[in-house]
Design a protein around this ligand. Structure first.
Ligand SMILES: *Cc1c(COP(=O)(O)O)cnc(C)c1O
Length: 402
């Protein structure tokens, strides 16, 4: 199991085994949320017959996204993975180029650049925020380095001042994989607005979702014209529809990265009710954080650390157990009480494809290796009600670290 997509797949198998003995309904790790207008907007999208990309709902969702992130341009895509692939195409990455990124992230962060033949260079994470350790980046820079990709784990910002300064000093492009960070901020500035480009995810497991979807945010307007072409199979179809050229042609390499307007309709409903979604997510996050303080201290368990100046969007709530044995026993303990908790990223630098296509930064990734074994995520979704929240907390409190 690796990455966020596990959430969808794990719900059924774990459950039937764990709770057959109890009459209580089991609590899934995640459940997609309907905010109100999704079904109306989906019907409208289908009725108006504009089901391909770049229709009325795409414009609405794009406008909302630009307001939320302050991005100069935003392009809806079929996924965050594809937005990252677009960033690699926009950078004209070539075999031998290097891209520095955390080892503790989802596979897509690395895949997008490896697909262009570039080498992912995996840097270790900080033990407190689990974000890429900004003090480890300098040593990873070589004369082949082209870009640094940061991931704001759990939506808690990386040390953007130090990282921005390093990128400037070495002439590197800064990219944010902001899949967790929509709605988060660093020193008052929205996440997604720091990189020259930023990738968002609207996968079913993310704070705002349309099943499968994403966006590429551009904070450098000079990239916009080419980004539009790359998203439209390398054609200037966008310009043709605006009457700027009299036919559309193949003008660059590209692929089919445009989100259907039907999915943009669902996304529009989610973005419009983002405030309500977020207040429920924050209530659950705070519930765990406050109620588990004493238990965590008594059992040598670490809770998330949110540095001063970081406003996080309650994307996920995790605990770090002392070791792998306790982590596994803790997950089993919760499952036995009808609570589905899951682990998260397995270190990319040690994964089969990570070994083949990338390499660790000098010093390796010992912190990543340790925390990947310790981490457990608790159920966190807008419709987790007070009673279920209390049940999860009770289940946690009855576990004793051994
Ligand atoms: C979810 C996620 C992705 C992939 O998102 P998709 O929209 O499913 O492609 C990429 N990076 C991170 C950090 C993620 O959490």
């Amino acid at each position: 199991m690796e990455g966020n997509h596990d959430a969808c797949r794990l719900v059924r198998p774990l459950f039937t085994a764990a709770v057959s003995a109890t009459v209580l309904k089991s609590i899934p790790f995640t459940r997609t949320h309907v905010s109100g207008n999704e079904l109306d907007y989906l019907t409208e999208a289908v009725r108006q017959g504009f089901t391909c990309g770049d229709g009325p709902f795409t414009r609405r969702a794009t406008g909302l996204l630009k307001e939320m992130t302050g991005a100069a341009e935003a392009l809806l895509t079929t996924s965050c993975t594809h937005a990252l692939e677009m960033s690699a195409l926009l950078l004209d990455l070539r075999p031998g180029d290097e891209v520095i990124m955390p080892s503790f992230t989802f596979v897509s962060t690395a895949n997008a650049y490896a697909l262009r033949g570039a080498t992912p260079v995996f840097a270790d994470c900080r033990p407190d925020t689990l974000n890429v350790d900004e003090r480890r980046l300098e040593a990873a820079v070589t004369d082949r380095t082209r870009a640094v990709v940061v991931v704001h784990y759990a939506g808690v910002a990386c040390e953007m001042e130090a990282i921005g300064e390093l990128c400037e000093r070495h002439g590197l492009t800064l990219i944010e994989d902001n899949a967790h960070g929509l709605g988060g901020a660093y020193r008052g500035r929205p996440l997604g607005s720091f990189g020259r480009m930023a990738a968002q995810s609207f996968h079913a497991t993310k704070n705002a979702q349309c099943g499968e979807g994403g966006a590429l945010l551009l904070n450098d307007a000079a990239l916009a014209a080419r980004a539009e072409i790359i998203r439209e199979k390398g054609t200037d179809r966008g310009r043709f529809y605006r009457g700027q050229v009299d036919k559309y042609r193949w003008v660059d390499i590209g692929s089919s990265y445009l989100l259907s307007d039907v999915l943009a309709a669902q996304l529009t409903a989610q973005l419009e009710s983002f405030g309500a979604i977020q207040s429920r997510r924050h209530a659950v996050w705070r519930g765990y954080h406050e109620e588990l303080v004493d238990w965590a201290a008594e059992n040598g368990v670490s809770q998330p650390m949110v540095p001063e100046g970081c406003a996080h969007p309650a994307h996920l709530y995790y605990l770090l157990l002392p070791d792998l044995d306790n982590r596994q026993a803790f997950i089993a303990h919760l499952a036995g009480r009808g609570v589905q908790a899951v682990f998260h990223y397995q270190p990319l630098h040690a994964a089969p494809a990570g070994l083949r296509y990338g390499r660790p930064a000098p010093g390796g990734c010992p912190v990543t290796e340790r925390v990947a074994d310790q981490l457990v995520r608790l159920p966190l979704f807008p419709d987790l009600d007070e009673a279920d929240l209390a049940r999860v907390i009770d289940a946690v409190l009855t576990y004793r670290v051994r």
